[in-house]
Ligand binder design. Structure first.
Ligand SMILES: Nc1ncnc2c1ncn2[C@@H]1O[C@H](COP(=O)(O)OP(=O)(O)OP(=O)(O)O)[C@@H](O)[C@H]1O
Ligand SMILES: [Mg+2]
Length: 403
């Protein structure tokens, strides 16, 4: 952490997956997760979605101790590098994750090492570790899904009495995809395996987090996914929570800084309540406050830094024509929320420049979705996939006009 010349440590943590100094406003979601943990038969699994930087990863991280307190084991990983995951390596992934949670469970003793289990001496304990799970997997008949079910059913049968079940938590799960062309269906495999185990009463619960494309993707893979998940959509913090996210870490840091109500309000407004932006702006502002508590926060300069550090790289990846389209979108009154192709086409015809046709807009939105700048919800409406992108674009436009 950054040490100040004033001797106080800057508590704010803008960074993917960095636990904030104070997790504001997420009690309702934590309560909802606890409710899911109280299920005896798993009818509902969790999907946690939201825009970039809204706090999915850190919230999922706080679910882990909640689960453990209620007697659940926790298995899982971050799938951000898993764009090319196929069925076989998904199975390996699951075996690896579950083995970490279960490797201390002793399931028997053996006299020799004839089947290759690790152990020392003549009599050794057989544990539910990766070697054993892999052995069972390799020797189970059938397809990948049959093998995986065989292993997981074995695991379920060997869990100690004080274990309620296992949560399988996968972050960035929107990266998993079925590829019909390659005859690889890892997403469907995951859903089939858990649905089948849950039907048999096995207490294994999925907790998937990812961008808003995640849930539509699950439903597209298997229509029953619609009934299998409780979807929690993470939004920006409300005003009160946002103010807590700003002020509580400052109080706790011991720094005798008391930002004025106006400053707190200004940071709240500029951040739009988006957690990443709160952390980013406060990290800069804290240094200023710590040097001189009475200064006003140089919000304009901080925003400029945010534009360079966060937005500019994403903006630079778009083509000129894509930028033209996004400039039109940012001029819509509902650009921070949802918009339609029709609205874009209509606005484009009223603005100067070459108007966009219906099919052209459709085509470009699809390319922008692939680039992670736009997403389409289940009702065919679109949003920017990056929070406050419209405001950034308008700032660029103003700069261009005035500069
Ligand atoms: N409830 C909260 N209160 C205050 N700060 C938060 C809160 N939630 C998240 N943050 C901060 O916001 C930033 C982003 O959090 P996180 O990485 O969990 O978001 P994410 O939704 O997983 O983003 P991505 O989609 O990029 O993976 C981090 O700096 C984190 O400390
Ligand atoms: Mg994340």
């Amino acid at each position: 952490m950054k040490k100040q010349s004033t001797g106080f440590t800057n508590p704010f943590r803008p960074g993917a997956g960095h636990m904030p100094p104070y997790l504001a406003g997420r009690q309702p979601q934590q309560d909802e997760f606890k409710r899911l943990l109280d299920q005896n038969v798993i009818l509902e699994n969790l999907v946690l979605t939201g825009l970039r930087g809204v706090g999915k990863t850190v919230l999922l991280e706080t679910f882990r101790p909640l689960a453990q307190e209620k007697g659940w084991y926790w298995a899982g990983t971050d799938l951000s590098e898993s764009a090319s995951i196929n069925e076989e390596n998904l199975a390996t992934r699951i075996l690896t994750d579950v083995a970490i949670a279960t490797s201390s469970i002793i399931v028997g003793v053996q006299e020799s090492q004839s089947i290759g289990f690790v152990g020392a001496g003549d009599v050794s304990e057989v544990r539910l570790n990766y070697t054993l799970l892999r052995y069972v997997y390799e020797n189970a008949p059938g397809l990948v899904s049959d093998k995986l079910k065989a292993v997981l059913e074995l695991v379920a049968g060997k869990l100690p009495g004080d274990c309620r079940g296992i949560v399988f938590a996968y972050d960035e799960a929107q990266n998993m995809s079925d590829h019909a062309g390659k005859d690889q269906h890892p997403l469907s495999l995951l859903l089939d395996v858990f649905q089948s185990l849950q039907k048999k009463g096995v207490p294994f619960m999925l907790a998937l987090t990812g961008l808003p494309t995640l849930f539509p993707k699950l439903v597209e893979a298997r229509t029953y996914a619609e009934r299998m998940f409780r979807v929690i959509i993470l939004d920006q913090l409300d005003e009160e929570a946002c103010k807590d996210a700003i002020t509580i870490p400052i109080e706790q840091s011991g720094c005798p800084v008391h930002p004025s109500e106006q400053s707190v309000q200004a940071v709240t407004d500029v951040s739009g309540g988006y957690p990443y932006f709160v952390q980013f702006i406060c990290r800069e502002a804290y240094d200023v406050w710590a040097r001189d508590p009475n200064t006003t926060v140089p919000l304009k300069e901080i925003l400029q830094k945010l534009d360079t550090d966060f937005f500019a790289g994403r903006w630079a990846k778009a083509t000129d024509r894509q930028r033209d389209l996004m400039i039109i979108i940012s001029a819509l009154p509902n650009s921070d929320g949802e918009f339609t192709v029709q609205e874009i086409v209509e606005t484009s015809s009223t603005l100067s420049g070459k108007p966009f046709s219906n099919s052209h807009v459709n085509q470009m939105l699809s390319a922008l979705s692939d680039a992670g700048l736009i997403f389409k919800n289940r009702h065919g409406r679109y949003s920017f996939a990056v929070p406050l992108l419209a405001r950034f674009i308008r700032r660029q436009e103003n700069l261009a006009e005035t500069g």
